[in-house]
Write a protein that binds this ligand. Sequence first.
Ligand SMILES: Nc1ncnc2c1ncn2[C@@H]1O[C@H](COP(=O)(O)OP(=O)(O)OP(=O)(O)O)[C@@H](O)[C@H]1O
Length: 346
Amino acid sequence: MSETSSTAGAPVDTVDYMTDVRPIAEGPGAPGCRKRDPIVVADNVSRRFGGINAVDVEHLEIPRHKITALIGPNGAGKTTLFNLLTGFDTPNTGSWQFEGTNLAGMSSYKVARLGMVRTFQLTKVMGKLTVIENMRLGASEQPGEKLRNALFRGIWGKREKDITGQAEGLLTKFKLDTKRDDYAASLSGGQRKLLEMARALMVSPKLVMLDEPMAGVNPALTQSLLDHIKNLKAEGMTVLFVEHDMHMVRHIADWVVVMAEGKIVAEGPPGDVMRDQAVIDAYLGAHHDVDLGAAGGLEELEEELAADEESVVGTEDAGILAPGSVVDGAETLTVDQHEKPSKEAE
Ligand SMILES: Nc1ncnc2c1ncn2[C@@H]1O[C@H](COP(=O)(O)OP(=O)(O)OP(=O)(O)O)[C@@H](O)[C@H]1O
């Protein structure tokens, strides 16, 4: 999909979102920097849990039609920020707009209907429902939702048919059509991630927020997931994703926002951010000598961390990605997988 403006009916400016090289930020990348075309603008958003400042974001803008990665060490506040922006949690302070509409205090359901949807770190597909039933749940207006619709069965039937058709189309696109009538509980971790992403698309969103889309995905599905995420952008959507896998970040992100201890500590294009000292400090602690942006930097870091008894390298211990598995030619590596404190279910 592309953006077209016209004069006297003739298209004069066409932007292909995949090849658009216009600057994302108005100036140099820095925490809270202004974007040329933001879809989300947040101010002074904070959330405390007891004595912990889980989120303390002064200013954040998410660029429209781009893929933005939100990275940071465990406990940095990434998921909490997702929860706040999408109405799944309430901040102590703050305001934020999605396409100019103020969302503070709005329920998650209404936020989704406006076109801002999210997936979860631990998928929320309903195991005891079939794949197609899960998809139908994603539709913004369920037939039978309103008594009035139930009374007018003609309208009800048409809408139901449309929803099922849309769901089937998405299942085919995500190669889940053969699982249409299987219980979601029978799907693999990766297939559930795909189902959750497909279900999120039922409301034809403008902004798709993915919380650790690669976690729990086996290497066979990794490339397919990456392609689906890139396709969202090609189709005109904006993507914001939380991810620990640095190769994935470097491979598909146009812009990277780094959080540490609730704050935004760096922002910029992936290559720049990975060379940023604040990012290296936040991620690596003692491993200051490694340049994440340099060729071989990740491999060097992997070796250093492997030699460090306190570090757990990669997701292989969690059975997520095999060591040395390949994502589009690059070996996978997760730099931040220190033990997480246990956290209540979202
Ligand atoms: N419901 C909650 N109750 C109490 N503390 C919480 C709750 N949710 C999050 N926290 C705390 O808030 C901080 C931020 O957590 P959050 O899950 O947002 O971090 P994160 O960056 O998403 O981490 P991860 O990468 O491990 O998912 C952590 O210290 C966490 O323990």
